[in-house]
Design a protein. Sequence first.
Length: 157
Amino acid sequence: MTQRQHQLDRCATLIHAIVLLLQGTRMTRRRWVRSLLLQNKRFGALGSLVNEFLVDAMSVDRDESLRYFYKNPSLLGGGRLPAGIRGSIAQRRERVRQQLAVLRRFNGKPSYFITFTCNRLWEEIIQSLLPGQTAYDAPLLACRIFYLKLKVMSCKA
């Protein structure tokens, strides 16, 4: 990270803190970005620029988390990142534990492995797009419809 990028990152963090303070809420940057995307209709019209905003916001969030543990090494148990950090060994172990608990709940070994993917040509997605938009320009819309269909499918199983 260059010095200029670091200065811009600090400014963005300060602006984020001021906005949340003025709103009277204690919200993380991740929740703030999520609420912006879900409540503000203008983001849908920006198309693929929203994807760039999301990547920037998530990289700043991850960078802040890692910087926090770098500055506070005593918080790291045995030098390992906690399960809250994506990609860490602890997070992977936690996910395996959760999956094994699901298997135990359903009594035994899995007999089927089902995959479910999103289709950008689903009628619900196409009908909800703005004129001139593609499913790639509206990732939140595609995700919402995917999870709704996934919920319906898992209820039928």
